[in-house]
Design a protein around this ligand. Structure first.
Ligand SMILES: [Zn+2]
Ligand SMILES: [Zn+2]
Length: 276
């Protein structure tokens, strides 16, 4: 197993760097923007951790699926056309991701880990890699285990995983693509950039990664027409180096200020429930 996918990274760069120059959302953003070295560190170190963990969770998923799911069910699901299986997996995975992602926002101990991803202030395809390894591994395990247990074929799971990966780079990218009437059907930079907006109306919105209508169903969608976020990031303090970002959320939490004595809208200890 290759521990670092250099060719995959170069391929992604060859697609997204020209696109971000040709049709940028934010025209002022430079290629060598602030904290780019931090995100390159994430690509290298998280890449190692996550590739090893991915193999472990695939083996565990296949083993659990084979043990718990009736073989007649596996046979009928895995014999469906691959395209049908891929669409079904995307729905299953994104539905799971919606709830896991929402938990990362609503449970304070999880928010400290997820705040690392929300520390991104300059969104582009590279910034999407900035995710705490625990966040990444936990989310992947929780979202893909049901797909394995439902008996989808390995080919369909692999294709859906590639789509998920590319979609993840795309929704963070600084690319101005308008999906028009399909804007609630497939996630776009417009949709996910609002998730990263540091603005009160957009807090705890747009949890889905691929299917925005899931947020519409659960009342957490926010994508106003003809408007763009004014600023990105979070008011939750986060360190600026890879090692510190990995370690800091695992330290014991500092005592929060008493309720009513903070005007920080991202402080999860006083934050109102989504949709309120
Ligand atoms: Zn989030
Ligand atoms: Zn994101």
């Amino acid at each position: 197993m290759e521990l670092f996918d250099l060719s995959g990274l170069l391929f992604s760069a060859a697609i997204f760097i020209p696109l971000e120059r040709l049709i940028p959302r934010n025209k002022d953003q430079r290629l060598l923007r602030p904290l780019i070295r931090l995100d390159l560190a994430y690509i290298f170190f998280n890449g190692l951790i996550i590739r090893v963990a991915s193999v472990a969770f695939v083996v565990a998923g296949v083993t659990i699926g084979a043990k718990l799911t009736p073989s007649a069910w596996i046979d009928s699901v895995s014999s469906l056309p691959v395209i049908v299986q891929v669409f079904a997996i995307i729905v299953v995975v994104d539905l799971g991701l919606y709830f896991v992602h929402r938990a990362f926002h609503e449970v304070p101990i999880l928010w400290r880990i997820h705040a690392i991803h929300h520390s991104i202030e300059d969104l582009d395809w590279l910034a999407g890699y900035r995710i705490h390894p625990i966040d990444q591994i936990f989310t992947r395990t929780m979202t893909y285990t049901p797909a394995f247990m439902l008996g989808f074929s390995d080919t369909a799971v692999y294709i859906s995983f590639l789509i998920y990966h590319w979609q993840s780079l795309f929704i963070h990218s600084n690319v101005n693509i308008n999906l028009g009437p399909f804007r609630w059907l497939a996630a776009s930079p417009e949709f996910h950039h609002w998730h990263h907006a540091n603005e009160k109306e957009a807090l705890d919105k747009n949890f889905a990664a691929q299917l925005p209508f899931i947020d519409v169903i659960f009342g957490t969608a926010f994508m106003p027409l003809n408007r763009r976020p004014k600023r990105y990031g979070t008011d939750t303090p986060t360190p600026k180096t890879y090692l510190a970002q990995v370690i800091e959320p695992l330290r014991p939490a500092k005592t929060p200020p008493p309720i009513g004595q903070t005007d920080n809208p991202h402080d999860r200890n006083v934050h109102s429930a989504p949709g309120q």
